[in-house]
Ligand binder design. Structure first.
Ligand code: GTP
Ligand code: MG
Length: 233
């Protein structure tokens, strides 16, 4: 199985990917950031700083161009079906939410093995109902765009008051808070139901790449998806 690690900038994708690579193979698809520990580093073929110069682009344009090049090549794909392949991606979320590169990568990888996504968010950014629900909405959009199973992990829990965060993860608490409301509240409520229906896991996992907290549970969750996708015995 390929695990596409996706999420906003600096959420901790690379740090989590490094932890998970203990269980499999690490592929770095971030052409802007070298990754020494990666088994396959896209920068062997595509470097953002060279693209900037060659095509006279700014950093964001060059990152998008790098994705265009990446989807057009196969050299970086490691196709060993017996391994879990962790694929680290750049923090420019619009690659997946707005452009079609994410879907193209998924379609490419699906020719070799099943693909799931691991959506990483920074716990510090979701410490209000509004922010938490907006994160769920992004997660839902990602699922819609990529149409693959998804696991969500809330990272950097070492930096927050966990009790505070756990309130938002409780469906009953959220529903109560959204009881009397306008169309936006209804949308938010429907979103919770949608995710409950679609997510393999009903709750996002709380992890810390810094302390290692929750990483084993995260691996188990991924492994569960792996088994339910039917490609291991
Ligand atoms: N305290 C704490 N810091 C973390 C944790 N995970 C990552 N960091 C720090 O957050 C920063 C960003 O981590 P990265 O793993 O590079 O995040 P990323 O999502 O790969 O970043 P981009 O690829 O640039 O989008 C680094 O300084 C990490 O050391 C965590 O669980 N706790
Ligand atoms: Mg990274």
């Amino acid at each position: 199985m390929f695990v596409l690690v996706i999420g906003p900038a600096a959420a901790g994708k690379t740090s989590i990917a490094k932890h998970l690579s203990e269980y499999g193979i690490l592929i770095n698809l971030d052409a802007a950031t070298p990754c020494n520990n990666a088994d396959v580093d896209i920068r062997k073929w595509v470097k953002v700083e060279e693209i900037q110069e060659k095509f006279n682009l700014g950093i964001n344009g060059a990152l998008l161009k790098s994705m265009e090049l990446i989807v057009s090549m196969d050299e970086w794909i490691c196709a060993d079906k017996n391994e879990i392949k962790i694929v680290d991606t750049p923090g420019q979320l619009e690659i997946f939410l707005y452009h079609n590169y994410g879907k193209k990568i998924v379609e490419k990888l699906e020719r070799y093995d099943v693909v799931t996504s691991l959506f990483i968010v920074d716990a510090q950014e979701i410490l209000s109902i509004e922010n938490y629900l907006a994160m769920l909405a992004q997660n839902a959009m990602m699922n819609l765009k990529l149409m693959i199973p998804s696991v969500t992990a809330i990272n950097k829990v070492d930096l927050i008051d966990k009790e505070n965060l756990l309130k938002y993860i409780d469906k009953k608490y959220l529903e109560k808070k959204l009881e009397k409301g306008d169309a936006l509240h209804s949308l938010a409520k429907s979103l919770i139901e949608y995710l409950e229906y679609t997510s393999i896991l009903q709750r996002p996992l709380l992890v810390s790449a810094k302390t290692g907290e929750g990483i084993e549970d995260l691996y188990s969750a991924i492994h569960e998806v792996h088994c339910s996708c039917g490609d291991i015995s």
